[in-house]
Design a protein around this ligand. Sequence first.
Ligand SMILES: *[C@@H]1O[C@H](CO)[C@@H](O)[C@H](O)[C@H]1NC(C)=O
Ligand SMILES: *[C@@H]1O[C@H](CO)[C@@H](O)[C@H](O)[C@H]1NC(C)=O
Ligand SMILES: *[C@@H]1O[C@H](CO)[C@@H](O)[C@H](O)[C@H]1NC(C)=O
Ligand SMILES: *[C@@H]1O[C@H](CO)[C@@H](O)[C@H](O)[C@H]1NC(C)=O
Length: 363
Amino acid sequence: MSSSGNVVIWFILMVSMFIMISMVEGEPQVPCYFIFGDSVVDNGNNNDLITTAKANYFPYGIDFPTGPENGRFTNGRNKADFLAELIEFDNFIPPFATARGPEILKGVNYGSGVAGIRDETGYRWGDRISMNRQLLNHQVTILRINSILRNVTAAKSLLNKCLYTVDMGNNDYLNNYLQPKYYPTSLLYTPEKFADVLAQQFSRQLKTLYGYGARKVAVSNIGLLGCLPEETRVFGRNASGCVDFINNYVQLFNDKLKPLIDDLNTNLSGARFTYINITSISSGGPANDFTVFDKPCCIVSDTIAKGQCQEGEIPCSNRNQYIFYDNFHPTEVANLATAKRSYNAFLPTDAHPMDISQLIQTQ
Ligand SMILES: *[C@@H]1O[C@H](CO)[C@@H](O)[C@H](O)[C@H]1NC(C)=O
Ligand SMILES: *[C@@H]1O[C@H](CO)[C@@H](O)[C@H](O)[C@H]1NC(C)=O
Ligand SMILES: *[C@@H]1O[C@H](CO)[C@@H](O)[C@H](O)[C@H]1NC(C)=O
Ligand SMILES: *[C@@H]1O[C@H](CO)[C@@H](O)[C@H](O)[C@H]1NC(C)=O
């Protein structure tokens, strides 16, 4: 082969290597993403806790690249995984339980199944990492970031640029207020008063998060819990197909959450909180393949871990037609649909005052 041919081949190789490197090193739209929440986003933090609220066994994870041990409460990726993909992170955000070293500069996932705004929420399942404990874990992360960067100013400025998402409150109803046999809240508070107390505690927690440097914060409301298969199984269905009184209770909280978000933006300088409306996102929208809206895909347990998948049982094969994987948790395709509309609102009611794609573009 002539030497000029060699040069051409060398040149093509160099160009294609350059293209490959720039693809691999494509920057995400924000430098870091921190995730707070419950089982909707948990990616393994409950695996080593003493609790029945864990999902590191078959058939969970049947469609996940590394299989069932990852600990997500669904068949594949969860909502936080898809959001990270939409923001163009190359890897999943690691769980706090195992995140170590420089990877934490890109974010950490604190999510914990059955956790709530209130500390006692979910205790009947065993240990869980409440919102207050997740905030303490975030303090640990910040100390680690400070020691990696060896520059508190640089660490602060990094934390200001990250995206934060918070998915909390589901269990304060499901695994607290709606279980009067085990939790006293419904004896202590009317539904209206409980929503008020819950929103006030949430407000303090969101301010704490702001105090730790969070500026771009997307907060999900509580979805239609009365439509979960577990709740219709226990309470029966109204004409709506759901348990109306549960949806009405949750609505009381959501009605307080919107002005709370607006207030935080007014009162805290540089704050950009946004309200992601799961109620809107889950009711009607773009055409999809769902055909089963009210039954779980897996065979659920009736004993320990009631409502979660029964260990070892083969789930449905047409998983992309189901909304629910077990009696509480959406399937991977439903998670994708929710993540997409949180990122790019489909209806004006999906996000207030902006969706996540707009939130991360703010300065
Ligand atoms: C710390 O970081 C800030 C902001 O990135 C930078 O301006 C400053 O020079 C850094 N200080 C040291 C000692 O490296
Ligand atoms: C829903 O069903 C319950 C139990 O059957 C019933 O008591 C209640 O009145 C119904 N609510 C509505 C709004 O229909
Ligand atoms: C915001 O400030 C107003 C006026 O000081 C106050 O009434 C309100 O409670 C504050 N809201 C929050 C969420 O801090
Ligand atoms: C959330 O969506 C529901 C259902 O579309 C709607 O009734 C409600 O007003 C929305 N909330 C906000 C804050 O936009």
